[in-house]
Design a protein around this ligand. Structure first.
Ligand code: NAD
Length: 488
């Protein structure tokens, strides 16, 4: 079954225009069936030029508007996205592969994040400093940067974009977005919907196309002042090098290998649920997925059995089918990479407790499906421990105590998030202080809140999205000194 009845055809979205397909175009395939669900224009250098110029021209008028007005327009856009969830969710499932339920969650979350920043608009303030010297005061002004290039991957095409779009637009910047080349459809529709809801022409433009071509051109374009990137660590490193020459501002939200630690006094059922949900949501293709699990040996048997049971009960299938909890991986490349990681890991050791391969059945034969998989005790220097596992496979290790768990957890090159399950407040506090990453959940599923800053350290990148802190990454702070006229 296909998620969308018709094949959608979309060109780039530039200066408020949904452009026709054009001669250079590519097919978009349903990861569950490989059927064609859409065709999009493949942009080149001339399109980058037009989109950046449109954003640059729009910046003058957009940044001059009152901040509350910008917030109101972004809020209108968010409401229009919510109203279009029934149209957009099948499109997202069709190009990305996730179950419809998860597509709806993603789209509503994208709207929620835009609403969050629209609501913060009136709080975007500078600072006034009285009495620097007699009769002298200071101001710190927050000024928008200009044109922002927003480059995002295919796993959450709309939320990862709205994390950038919200603070960037409300602060007065304009945006040229580049979705992943395999998931441009929903993003292109989203831009048109926000424009119809009142976002002025040129403020938000979308260029479908290849990262190695238009991505690089965007990053090095002289009129682009900031690059907000989410994606893999190697691409982030390339972007950082390319952006250096133009001294661009950068936010890099990169890969992760988030550990979860379950101590002996944790609630085993709740912890097992959070591990299962944290690993298998979006078929394991989330930056903040639970990618390594360390369980205190006193409760390991019980917790492992519960997680294995949950993995076995997951319904795998096409995202549009009722009751499906695990769709396909996004692409052949993703499944090949997972299978390769599993093979290399199991050559070194470890025991497959469930899954380990492709599901049987004709309904799975054309898609990039993989069984939910649990591997017990692979060696700590094996790929499932040292690399990012971007699919539905969870390695689990028994640990002696909190110290050993933290030692293993911090041994990763990544530092995005982590979670800890315990009823001991002291242990939780200590873990939160010692875990080397940007976010720690205590006795909580790995949900990202708009109210709190999110972003990694080490190979997971730098800069924050979410929270009012995100505004710091879309504004410059300018100091102004004012000397009062002396009284005669
Ligand atoms: P990727 O780095 O291959 O691609 C991401 C985006 O960058 C795509 O739009 C791609 O076209 C573009 N791109 C590729 N080469 C480019 C270049 N040279 N210049 C400019 N743009 C270029 O990432 P992926 O493998 O598609 O996505 C999965 C990765 O994203 C995982 O590592 C995951 O952990 C990470 N991710 C991180 C976060 C976070 O918030 N930290 C969130 C989601 C995903």
């Amino acid at each position: 079954m296909s998620a969308t009845e018709t094949v959608v055809e979309l060109g780039p979205f530039i200066a408020g225009n949904a452009e026709p397909l054009g001669e250079s175009n590519q097919e978009i395939h349903d990861p569950a069936t490989q059927q064609v669900v859409g065709r999009v224009g493949v942009c080149g250098g001339e399109d980058v030029q037009r989109a950046v110029s449109a954003a640059h021209d729009a910046f003058i008028e957009w940044s001059a508007r009152g901040v509350a007005e910008r917030g109101e327009i972004v809020a209108h856009g968010a409401r229009a996205i919510r109203a279009a969830v029934d149209e957009l969710a099948p499109l997202l499932t069709g190009e990305q592969g996730k179950p419809l339920r998860e597509a709806r969650i993603e789209l509503n979350k994208a709207a929620e994040t835009l609403e969050h920043y629209a609501g913060l608009a009136k709080e975007l303030r500078g600072i006034f400093v009285l009495g620097l010297d007699p009769g002298v005061s200071g101001q710190v002004l927050r000024r928008p940067l200009g044109v922002v290039a927003a480059i995002v991957p295919w796993n959450f095409p709309t939320t990862l974009l709205s994390n950038k779009l919200g603070p960037a637009l409300v602060a007065g910047n304009t945006v040229v977005a580049k979705p992943a080349d395999t998931t441009p459809l929903t993003t292109l529709r989203l831009a048109a919907i926000m424009h119809e809801a009142g976002l002025p022409a040129g403020v938000f433009n979308v260029l479908p196309g290849r990262g190695s071509e238009i991505g690089e051109l965007l990053v090095t374009h002289p009129l682009v002042r900031k690059v907000a990137f989410t994606g893999s660590t190697p691409t982030g490193q390339r972007i950082m090098a390319a952006a250096a020459e133009g001294m661009k501002r950068l936010t890099l939200e990169l890969g992760g290998s988030d550990p979860m630690i379950i101590l002996g006094d944790a609630d085993p059922a709740k912890a097992a649920s959070a591990a299962s949900m944290g690993r298998f949501f979006n078929c394991g293709q989330a930056c903040l997925a639970v990618k390594r699990l360390y369980v205190d040996e006193s409760v390991a048997d019980e917790v492992v059995a519960a997680i294995v049971e949950k993995a076995r009960r997951l319904t795998v299938g096409h995202g549009t089918e009722k009751g499906v909890q695990l769709g396909p991986l996004h692409s052949e490349r993703q499944r090949d990479s997972l299978e390769d990681q599993l093979r290399r890991t199991l050559e070194q050791g470890g025991e497959v407790l469930t899954g380990g391969g492709r599901p049987d059945g004709a309904e799975f034969s054309d898609g990039w499906f993989h069984e939910p998989t649990i591997v017990l005790e692979p060696p700590h220097d094996s790929p499932m421990s040292t690399e990012e596992v971007f699919g539905p496979a969870l390695p689990i290790w028994r640990v002696r105590d909190l110290d050993q768990a933290i030692e293993y957890a911090n041994a990763s090159p990544f530092g995005l998030g982590s979670s800890v399950w315990t009823s001991d407040l002291d242990a939780a506090t200590e873990a939160a202080e010692r875990l080397e990453c940007g976010y720690t959940w205590i006795n909580s599923p790995t949900k990202v809140y708009d109210e709190l800053p999110f972003g990694g350290i080490k190979a997971s990148g730098f800069g924050k999205e979410h929270g009012s802190e995100a505004f710091d990454y879309y504004t410059d702070q300018k100091a102004v000194v004012v000397r009062r006229r002396e009284r005669k």
